[in-house]
Ligand binder design. Structure first.
Ligand code: ADP
Length: 497
């Protein structure tokens, strides 16, 4: 089975969130099951730096597609090759004028969308379509698997390019429905899209061209990253305006839970933490806690219940609930470390709250992979109070490190964390704390219950041991994706595309 895996991030080369972890680990797990998976990635500078070209450059089809394929100088090309660190086969979409820029992959240094994002990511989708239609004479995919809005046009372009001829099946995975790739109607022509596609059953969504909608509308199958989120996004509350098309395509929508790369996230072998530990030898966790307190200038109190959060500071992640509960958290004997950056207003509110508690609470701004590992190792509880959460990886990492996740019961958080209720404690299935009322009061109630359990060391240890022994293996997820690929039959062309 040949699979073209179309995405914009891959750990460790370029990561803004969980998408990068998934791209690296899922593609590897599929390879372990015998799939010939090749990544297709935009040639962002950090990705290009970790890529080794092998074989001749490939041209992109200039018939149809976004006009930039014809106007960009030098013309964009595809480089076949490998990621140097992992050996993962990949294609690099080489267009330096589009992808070599200061700032992030999607936003400039000021945090604004790059103004030509429609063309930048349409080109990625067009390159995918070309590979799906024989653009590389030496390799042809059976499945084109596109990820998130950045690759959302790929199924549509593939149908256009293949016409009535054979084409690979297409899968579109939603990692986060909230980011949709919305552009003005005036982008239709430059993207090579016929005016007739600007309709509710095409790429139009609430007056915009939506790359996410295109993926949902034209892919043969849709997946998202947890079963619960798959159900939630079909409701008006969580559907981000796309619940209608998701309900329409419900028969093609499945939720497949993400996994954890335990080669990277394992306290028994983590080179980024001070001492190895596991559920049956926890001394290293106490050392990690002291190391973290020392590093961050927190009082070195082994008995403090240390809460951590490793997160984007966005409305989605629910960190705006934190300032209102911090005074009580500290007064009850807790400590807090937040690692994150993002929304300036949330950042300022969290900063102001922690400033009231020097030595007991700290905010580290920015993105820091090594510190993230030390927080999972050193914390007793990891906060993931997301308003919505497609899957969430940090609660899964926290479980493995014996930091009990405290989560809002939505999406993948609800699918993976079992609350320490009396029944679950008795059944020995509890692994964290779940609250349902998305408000400071809801969060406060769960924090109080975490303190209650911490005062009962035997119960705490039982929950922690169970949490650390849980496994969310990528192999299981990869098997589910492979089953889906095998069941797929490309839909006949609709004539509209
Ligand atoms: P999302 O993709 O919505 O941001 P996930 O929980 O799926 O959320 O994945 C987040 C990933 O990004 C995890 O690997 C997490 O450890 C990492 N991460 C998030 N914020 C930071 C940060 N400030 N520093 C280091 N790693 C971070």
């Amino acid at each position: 089975m040949n699979v073209l895996y179309v995405c914009t991030e891959v750990y460790p080369l370029l990561k803004t969130g969980g998408l990068a972890d998934v791209s690296a680990a899922l593609s590897a797990a599929l390879r372990d099951l015998g799939c010939d998976v090749r990544l297709l990635l935009p040639g962002f500078a950090p990705i290009a730096a970790g890529f080794v070209a092998e074989g001749p450059r490939l041209k992109l089809s200039a018939t149809g597609g976004p006009e930039i394929v014809r106007t960009l100088k030098p013309a964009p090309t595809l480089l076949p090759g490998r990621l140097s660190m992992t050996g993962q086969p990949a294609y690099l979409l080489d267009a330096p004028a589009l992808y070599h820029r200061d700032g992030g992959p999607y936003l400039d240094a000021q945090g604004n969308d790059w103004p030509d994002n429609a063309q930048r990511f349409a080109l990625l989708a067009w390159a995918a379509a070309g590979l799906g239609c024989g653009g590389d004479p030496s390799w042809r995919p059976d499945v084109v698997h596109a990820h998130d809005w950045h690759a959302g046009l790929a199924p549509l372009y593939l149908q256009q390019l293949a016409g009535s001829g054979p084409r690979p099946a297409t899968v579109f995975t939603v990692h986060n429905l909230a980011y949709q790739g919305l552009f003005g109607p005036d982008t239709m022509a430059p993207l090579g899209l016929a005016p007739s596609l600007f309709r509710f059953d095409g790429v139009e969504s609430h007056g915009h061209v939506s790359f996410m909608k295109a993926g949902l509308q034209f892919a043969d199958a849709i997946t998202t990253v947890s079963p619960r989120y798959a159900r939630e996004i079909m409701t008006p509350e969580q559907g981000c305006g796309l619940d209608g098309v998701l309900r329409y395509r419900a028969d093609q929508l499945t939720g497949i839970l993400n996994g954890v790369d335990y080669a990277v996230w394992n306290p028994a072998s983590d080179p980024l933490t001070p001492a190895a530990y596991d559920h049956d030898r926890l001394a290293g966790k106490a050392l990690a806690k002291r190391d973290l307190q020392r590093l961050l200038g927190l009082a070195e109190r082994p008995d403090a219940l240390l809460f951590g959060a490793v997160t984007r500071l966005s409305e989605q992640k629910g960190l705006h609930l934190l300032p209102a509960v911090l005074d009580e958290l500290v007064a009850t004997g807790g400590q807090l470390v937040v690692l994150g950056s993002g929304d300036a207003g949330i950042e300022a509110a969290v900063a102001a709250a922690v400033a009231r508690h020097p030595g007991q609470a700290v905010l580290r701004r920015g993105y820091d992979e090594a510190l993230a590992h030390r927080i999972f190792a050193g914390a007793d509880v990891v906060l993931v109070p997301s308003r919505f959460e497609p899957c969430g990886l940090t609660q899964l990492y926290a479980l493995r490190y014996g930091a009990l996740p405290l989560v809002h019961g939505v999406g993948g958080l609800a699918d993976t964390v079992i609350d320490a209720s009396a029944q679950a404690l008795a059944a020995q299935t509890a692994c964290g704390f779940v609250f349902h009322d998305f408000s400071p009061d809801g969060l406060r109630g769960a924090i109080r219950r975490a303190f209650d359990l911490y005062r009962r060391p035997v119960d705490w240890a039982a929950v922690q041991t169970h949490a650390m022994r849980l496994r969310f293996n990528w192999r299981d997820a990869a098997q589910a994706y492979l089953g889906l690929y095998r069941r797929l039959r490309p839909l006949p062309g609709t004539g509209r595309a």
